[in-house]
Design a protein around this ligand. Sequence first.
Ligand SMILES: [Zn+2]
Length: 380
Amino acid sequence: MRLSRWILGVMWIHIVCSSVVGQEVRPVVGTPPPPYFPTQPVAGVTTLKQGDPWLQRPAIDYRVPPYARYLAGLKICLDPGHGGYGKRPNYKSGPTGLREAKVNLRVANQLKEWLLGVGVTVFMTRNGDYDLAADLRTALKLRAEMANKNDCDLFISLHHNASPRPEANFPSAWYHATPDHLYSNVDLGRYIVQELEEIQRYVEIQHMGLYSDYLMFPRAGFGVLRHLRVPGIIIEASFHSNAEEEARLKDPKYNKREAWAYFLGIAKYVAVGLPRYELAEPTDGKLTPTGTLKLRLHDGMHVGWGSKGSPRIFSDSIAVFLNGTRVPVSYDSKAGVVSFTPTTALRPGAYTVVARFFNANKNSSLVKPIIVTVEETGGM
Ligand SMILES: [Zn+2]
């Protein structure tokens, strides 16, 4: 206490002195140096060679970092991909028969333990070799429904990839449709892929590896993501079709490394704040045809220095949508309230309201649609 008071005193003296004698003590003035140019060409950016020092995986300190505490209270749905076909020969298997479904579950189980340990409620779409329905389409829908019904904050589908190119091995994150669909999906995917690249040290580097599922299924995307109504992604952590990677994936210690990359990626993503919004007016969700709709925006950033007062939000990033159509809004940055007043009367019916914006840490809002209804008449 005494030390902190002393530090504050010194700060105060510094500020006061600066303002009092600032005109007398002039700073030394100079000019910036000319530009510095690269001393050698940057080589091997996209593909590293076996034996490159980067590929030596550092030992991991599995102590949970302090910033992981911000995960407490979240609901996360983990979806270990596939399951139910353990007896079908060669189904999603590596060169020597390692089944993807098995590895996905091992990684998810380890990740679950760390998430539980920091106060996350974890939903698992499976915890054994089974699927949720005999029909694949239904099963994928049910996996997404599990996250939807439980109002999960995040959904993460864990997979391993396969390619006819045997050397292929890199992580990728798959978001539904376009980056516009849900900005938060891209945020989450980027954080996890960054950690996978750092911790797993793949030979191939795919420039952050964020992809649209429309690349695989144009205008439809992956079944599980298509039905998802909460933020979520599919991560293909590595390629089980790569013989060297398959050998590593057999080792539970290697699976643990992978789970740790997921855990740190999720924790770092959440630590910079998950912006959210709520309906401020009308409080009962019943809007008159020309009434004003107000949303209160929260930056999601954590309590501390600078957290009191106005939310830290990029005001130009705010976009509000009614039934998918962007509407003009005004923003009271002090109160953190965004308002929409229709210029022509809204037709009676239900409207889905969605708000998108970035907090000061560049995390985008978790989109949770709010339903308001417009009544037949405008009041009493
Ligand atoms: Zn898969």
